[in-house]
Design a protein around this ligand. Structure first.
Ligand code: NAP
Length: 284
């Protein structure tokens, strides 16, 4: 068995790219380490996740549906994880206790770097789940002054908007039916799809891009298929657009450093490695 072991817990995890991603970094760094995906049955999830230290793991990444559970099982948590109410990293401390963190917001912002974007314009986020929440708070830390949230469940959109106001930014909770209306979209600098709509096996996101200004950046947090239909439509309309693969890689960087005690090695073309894997697993 490898010297240092970390992993991923979720249900399901069979299609996760995280093992390929971390293993590419492990190999390039020449580490005696491994990263394994654990499909944790919901009937055993609290016991299994709490037992992370007992199995000799340095820590685990946590994906759906266990991000809230992971936070509740941790002995302590970073301010970011506490504010988001969810953890995507559990690190085993020297005392054997679990420390919770959340790197989704860091990854969300890092992936946006390099794209020309007017930060003074409002951002419109579709969805109000964990990814939307991480995106909203990351944008506020990045200086956003106004966040608009459109979500199928209106009460959830209102809760997120209230929390955005509590963090010092203006917020609008919009009806899902109004998501592409001119009043919501005509002045936005960033559109974020934080729903699964458009992912393989899911219905398409119904969103007319016509009202967006030419300067707007379209950010689809999905990466299956590549390009997503939203990214393809945005690019065809002349808008800057990116999918969620860069975010996936960027949110994994701090996890790798926490687990293996060093930053990921430079010079590994993970976008190419993961894009090739996505190509392999895409339905015919
Ligand atoms: P989540 O907490 O379960 O939230 C899902 C969100 O999508 C909710 O706002 C939900 O609305 C909405 N939604 C689901 N089905 C819908 C439908 N049929 N019509 C309209 N809205 C619908 O999930 P999450 O963690 O936020 O993740 C959201 C997406 O982001 C996922 O697809 C995930 O793959 C992606 N993501 C990507 C990365 C990355 O690194 N690229 C990281 C995190 C997440 P309701 O509140 O009305 O249910």
């Amino acid at each position: 068995m490898a010297g240092l072991l970390a992993g991923l817990v979720g249900w399901p995890v069979a299609h996760s790219l995280s093992p390929a991603l971390h293993r590419a970094w492990i190999a390039a760094a020449g580490l005696d380490a491994d990263y394994v995906a654990f499909a944790v049955d919901p009937r055993h999830a609290p016991q299994a996740i709490a037992a992370t230290p007992a199995f000799g793991l340095r820590g685990v990444n946590v994906t759906l549906p266990y991000k809230e559970l992971a936070l509740s099982l941790a002995g302590d948590a970073s301010p970011t994880a506490r504010r988001l109410g969810a953890a995507n990293v559990l690190l085993v401390g020297p005392d054997g206790r679990l420390h919770a963190d959340n790197t989704d917001g860091v990854g969300f912002l890092a992936a946006l770097e390099g794209l020309p974007r007017d930060r003074s314009r409002p951002a419109l986020i579709l969805g109000a789940g964990g990814a939307a929440r991480a995106a909203a708070f990351a944008l506020i830390e990045d200086g956003a002054r106004e966040i608009r949230v459109a979500n199928r469940d209106a009460a959830r959109a209102k809760r997120l908007a209230a929390d955005v106001r509590g963090a010092g930014a203006r917020a609008i909770a919009a009806d899902w039916a109004e998501r592409a209306s001119a009043v919501l979209t005509a002045d936005v600098g960033l559109l974020v799809n934080a729903t699964p709509l458009g992912m393989n096996d899911q219905p398409q996101l119904d969103f007319d891009l016509a009202n967006l200004p030419r300067e707007a950046v379209v950010y689809d947090l999905l990466y299956r298929p590549r390009p997503t239909a939203l990214v393809a439509r945005a690019r065809a309309a002349g808008l800057a657009a990116l999918d969620g693969l860069a975010m996936l890689i960027a949110q994994a960087r701090p996890s790798f450093e926490l687990f293996f005690g060093r930053p990921p090695p430079e010079g590994v073309d993970l976008e190419a490695i993961l894009a090739a894997k996505l190509g392999e697993s895409a339905p015919a």
